[in-house]
Design a binder for this molecule. Structure first.
Ligand code: SF4
Length: 333
């Protein structure tokens, strides 16, 4: 499958009173056509800033992409003018956010918001856009779609609002959909329905999906491949099957231990102690060292690179046999 999106050495940060604070430190990954890729990490790991960078959505914020390439269908999005980028957003690349209320205009009826998106990107007249909007709402499982066109966002439940957003974002047949925590604000039953819906849409349209989440349970449901981020870096990447069978990075293992397992008798889940370091105060060496139960002396001094094997890579000194031997020798003395 060809690459739809290729991100190379992306560096993004925010300007603050204390100068520029880097948040994403040279991230590289790709999304192929027809693939669902999960970008996973705790809050503060840099995953949302990475997705906002792909969409170049830093208006009215002090965010800036300072280095890297974001190639979509062979074109570097960072070379586009803002006007050109606007025509890509919604038509080629779409994004769904966690809280649908922020993406919908509360004072405009659903119908008008749907129609305007469709007319802008699909070049349809008002009548055709109206009919197409109803069909798209029906395709995402919205009952009484024609009536809902006449309602305001606050008249719908959270789950229905998220379906409206999904309908709006897929109405222009984008090739890449970025879904940032699309189910976090919803209750568990609705979460499962929305994930199934995304999976069904992907299978029907063959679009690529980049799914941003803090929840490995969500990843296990629908992703083909998983990228784990910590403190602005990729710390592990593998196919979903491989990652769940053979997690390599202590952070990924910690995330897995905090996901409830079906049939487990454990009452309390193990969470990872500590928090993601602040962008203004990154530890030296491995950024996970202050929280890592396996940290060795070298971890506090030198940052590991990504160590790759077939279909799997992870950023941890434990995967480098020579280093582990050296560290053991030092401890023996
Ligand atoms: Fe832990 Fe060291 Fe591996 Fe970092 S490099 S995850 S501190 S063992």
């Amino acid at each position: 499958m060809p690459d739809l999106l290729e991100v190379k050495n992306l560096k993004t940060g925010f300007h603050s009173e204390n100068g520029f604070l880097p948040v994403v430190h040279g991230v590289s990954f790709n999304v192929k056509q027809g693939e669902i890729v999960g970008l996973v990490g705790e809050s503060g790991s840099g995953k949302s800033v990475t997705s906002l960078s792909v969409m170049r959505l830093f208006h009215d914020t002090p965010g800036e992409i300072v280095e890297g390439e974001i190639t979509y269908k062979g074109k570097n999005l960072l070379d586009l003018t803002e006007k050109e980028m606007t025509s890509y957003r919604g038509k080629e690349l779409s994004m769904i956010f966690q809280e649908p209320m922020t993406a919908l205009n509360p004072v405009l009826k659903i119908g008008r918001q749907m129609r305007e998106t469709i007319m802008m990107h699909m070049g349809m007249n008002k009548k055709d856009a109206h009919q197409y909007a109803i069909e798209t709402l029906e395709s995402v499982g919205i009952p009484r779609a024609a009536e809902i066109m006449n309602e305001y966002p606050h008249q719908l439940s959270g789950g229905m609002r998220q379906r409206v957003i999904i309908a709006m974002q897929i109405s222009c047949n984008p090739s890449l959909l970025i879904a940032d925590e699309p189910t976090t604000a919803l209750d568990v039953t609705i979460q499962a329905q929305i994930l199934k819906l995304l999976e069904r849409i992907q299978a029907k349209t063959n679009m690529g999906i980049l799914l941003i989440t803090h929840d490995l349970g969500v990843v296990a449901e629908i992703c083909d491949r998983v990228i784990v981020m910590y403190a602005g870096e990729i710390v592990e990447e593998a196919t979903a099957v491989e990652l769940f069978e053979n997690p390599q990075h202590p952070y990924t293992k910690g995330l897995m231990n905090s996901v409830p397992k079906i049939g487990s008798k454990k009452k309390r889940l193990d969470s990872i102690s500590g928090t993601v370091p602040n962008a203004s105060n990154m530890p030296k060496g491995c950024k996970f060292a202050p929280r890592c139960p396996y940290a060795m002396p070298i971890c506090q001094e030198k940052e590991p690179g990504l160590i790759a094997s077939e279909n799997h890579s992870a950023r941890c000194w434990l995967l480098d046999e020579e280093t582990v031997k050296e560290e053991e020798k030092q401890i023996d003395y």
